[in-house]
Design a protein around this ligand. Structure first.
Ligand SMILES: C[S@@+](CC[C@H](N)C(=O)[O-])C[C@H]1O[C@@H](n2cnc3c(N)ncnc32)[C@H](O)[C@@H]1O
Length: 246
């Protein structure tokens, strides 16, 4: 695993380049932590987790760099990501590394219309699971390192994209591949468009950021295996590509 400084640390979103950064509120009313945790829903979620975990584990053992997780994302993590998507979305919502669909489900529950959701996953077996589970969602089996080609091929070159929600294990990518993914996200989002990413490194690292993005907020979700940090980035304007280094 590459631990070079090209992995950008992230901050709590309270400052950027030493200036105060406006802290965004989650789009729409923030759900209470356990909103919607009705017994039936909890049971369904638990059964799904029990059935999905061996699938993720099997793929992890066969290719840990590709999956980057030992278990499907928890409902808490998935909802923490989904709550930062503006509703109604002003364009397509693109999910990267959809895995077994925990985040897909949270995005739909949040109110993203399935006809506006595109989920990208590279492992064919997981794509099959996703297709069965979410027949109305546009599923693309493909590689997020070729994001713009995938999206332009599926939706056309001018499709408006409102948000990108990513579970990709970016730290397991080479610096070149990470840069490729980030470049793809940047190319798709308009200024102000949101990129929501989770990672397992919990530490606040306030100085650096991805080129072309402002870091707006981040939060740790403890109720996940392992705990994770969700980070909200906002696409900068055209002339804001400078990459400050500390
Ligand atoms: C952390 S896991 C998925 C977590 C997901 N939220 C879940 O609950 O199952 C990351 C996912 O990204 C997928 N992935 C990894 N590299 C990818 C790539 N280059 N393009 C698309 N998907 C990729 C993996 O196959 C895996 O399903």
């Amino acid at each position: 695993m590459n631990r070079s400084r090209s992995i950008p640390p992230e901050s709590s979103g309270n400052s950027w380049q030493g200036r105060p950064t406006p802290v965004l509120r989650p789009a729409g009313p923030a759900p209470a932590p356990d909103e919607g945790e009705r017994p039936g829903r909890v049971l369904r979620g638990l059964l799904r987790k029990i059935s999905d975990t061996p699938l993720i584990l099997w793929h992890y053992v066969s290719n840990p760099r590709r999956i980057g997780a030992v278990a499907p994302s928890s409902g808490w993590l998935a909802r923490a990501m989904a709550r930062w998507v503006e509703i109604p979305p002003k364009g397509w919502v693109i999910e990267l590394g959809a895995g077994t669909g925990a985040v897909t489900e949270a995005l739909l529950a949040r109110g993203v219309p399935p006809q506006q959701l595109v989920a990208i996953e590279t492992v064919p077996r997981l794509v099959e699971v996703l297709r069965r589970r979410f027949p109305e969602v546009r599923l693309l089996q493909g590689d997020a390192r070729k994001l713009t080609e995938l999206i332009h091929g599926a939706l056309g070159p001018n499709a408006p994209v409102a948000a990108v929600v990513s579970s990709l294990p970016l730290r397991a990518f080479t610096p070149e591949d990470r840069a490729r993914v980030v470049q793809g996200i940047r190319a798709l989002l308009p200024p102000g468009g949101r990129w929501i990413q989770f990672r397992y490194r919990l530490r606040h690292e306030p100085a650096l950021h991805w080129e072309g993005f402002h870091l707006r907020q981040s939060v740790v979700v403890w109720r996940n295996i392992p705990p994770a940090r969700v980070v909200l980035y906002e696409r900068a304007g055209e002339n804001a590509h400078a990459r400050p280094r500390s």
